[in-house]
Design a protein around this ligand. Structure first.
Ligand code: SF4
Ligand code: SF4
Length: 252
């Protein structure tokens, strides 16, 4: 019964635009999260943490980013052309709206079948890792087996009891790769510490602010990452296939 609800729900979410949907058990695996951010602290009725990925269009992806050769004297990404900057801003807004739309459609489906949902959200990356949506890369980003880091993550807490998925096994995209470390202008990675703990948020943020104040932008670790299987043309095809279908209106 639970499996049937889960598979119907996943089908619905995919029609709404999610590329992949997984479920984490709220009572397991969130040990590293501060007490107040654990799913059951956020919402004691929570029985399932639904995590989903939306494939990121190449337009929202590397349109003005690019890998830089290790050791290049200026590893900044170059000034962002004005027209691209505004386009990027608009695309970013659209991506956030689309994420909200998929989240809302998922919530509507669950409430239509008498399940409660919460708007509160535990840390997304840990939820994605625990649900098996992806694994941590050296960069600290979550890497999906197909999308790599080219995705936006969303989460829904619900009291519906859905069979939890397991952490991903046998997916180790970073084994023979150090591109994000080599291309980080902040040296924010300590390779002697097992990732993702080897990545320093503070060091990265300080450098990004410095770069940003000079009119540049750094997302090298994102841009250089080869993990995933989809090309830009694949991502465009997925984006174009996601359409608003009548069954996804609000009259369930
Ligand atoms: S975003 Fe941060 S961690 Fe990534 S390459 Fe730039 S400075 Fe390094
Ligand atoms: S760039 Fe390479 S090492 Fe870094 S996260 Fe991606 S696959 Fe892993």
């Amino acid at each position: 019964m639970e499996d049937s609800i889960k598979s119907e729900f996943i089908t619905w979410m995919k029609k709404a635009g999610a590329f992949d949907v997984r479920v984490a058990d709220p009572s397991q695996g969130f040990d590293r999260v501060p007490e107040e951010a654990k799913p059951l602290s956020l919402w004691p009725q929570c029985r399932s943490v639904v995590v989903f990925a939306i494939a990121m269009s190449p337009d929202c992806n590397n349109i003005f980013l690019g890998p830089f050769a290790p050791g290049e004297s200026s590893r900044n990404l170059g000034p962002v052309p004005e027209n691209i900057q505004s386009e990027d801003y608009a695309l970013g807004r659209l991506a956030r709206l689309f994420l909200s739309s998929v989240t809302l459609k998922g919530m509507l489906w669950l409430t239509h079948f008498d399940h409660a949902v919460s708007f509160r959200s535990p840390p997304l990356k840990i939820a994605a890792y625990e649900s098996g949506l992806g694994v941590y890369g050296r960069s600290g980003l979550i890497l999906h087996p197909i999308l790599g880091n080219r995705m936006t993550l969303g989460v829904i807490l619900t009291d519906a009891v859905l069979e939890p998925d397991q952490r991903l096994a046998d997916f180790e995209p970073c084994t023979n790769c150090v591109l994000c470390i080599e291309n980080c202008p902040a040296d924010a990675y300590d390779p002697s510490i097992h990732y993702p703990e080897g990545w320093s948020y503070d060091t990265c943020t300080r450098k990004r602010e410095e770069i940003s104040n000079a009119g540049y932008y750094c997302h090298n670790c994102f841009a250089v990452c080869p993990a995933g299987q989809l090309s830009d043309s694949d991502l465009l095809r997925i984006r174009n296939a996601v359409s608003i279908s009548p069954e996804h209106n609000f009259n369930l």
